[in-house]
Unconditional design. Sequence first.
Length: 272
Amino acid sequence: MIHHTCSHHDGPGLPAVRPVEGRERQLIEDLIQAMHRPTAAITEIAVGAHFIGVRAEENGSVFAGLASTLGAAPSADERDLADRLIGSSLLTAAQLLRSSQAFSISLGAAALNTATTAPANPPDIEASAIMAEKGRDGETVLVGEFPFVERLRQQVQRLHLFELRDVPGRTAPAQWDKTLGRCKVLGLTGTTLLTRAMAAYLEKAPQAYTIIIGPTTPLSPVLFEYGADVLAGCRVVTVAPVFDGIRQGLSFRAFKKLGVQFVAWARETPVA
């Protein structure tokens, strides 16, 4: 059974130490191996209460990526980690995904997202719209409490909400595995990469049309190989205001207006 999940803005109660093993470790290794620009040099890291942003440069081009912290703060030995990584390669930082420390894992995910790129001009479609269309018939599972939950509940035939917190309308954890085995649509928060549960969800619902959702979602074709059908992530369009918003502790909903674009990359999208 999958033991824990979280919403993309939920932090308290999550373990600060998260070892990785088995298929979750293999997923991380494959994501690191497939990075598009592993040698790009890190020039800036923005750390806030809710998100981490990493900026890097290579051959005159600037790249930026984000990841949720899930509320994790740096431990004593991680306090100067962001400063130490300035000038390092994205590969060096992304390898922190192998760490067992929560803050390091999030920093590694932000570096990974800076080093990956979706095809040119994918459609700017919100994940909830895709789930609403695909979930008209059959059962839909949503892992994580997103702002669109109640709207989606009205649009699909039947919605199962997987949340550890006792929120209204959630499905009892004892029912999760059975529900995953028969659902038609699976919406999965990208933060399951941080909580060491992403590969398990993908493995338990091979029959489902699966969408990985949120700014922590790596825009990597590796996730298609593991069973994802759509990667509903984001790209940072204007770095400075977004990173300022991260440092101020703004929520994603607040700072996305400062220069973040939604990206929906479907498995069948041709690579330019």
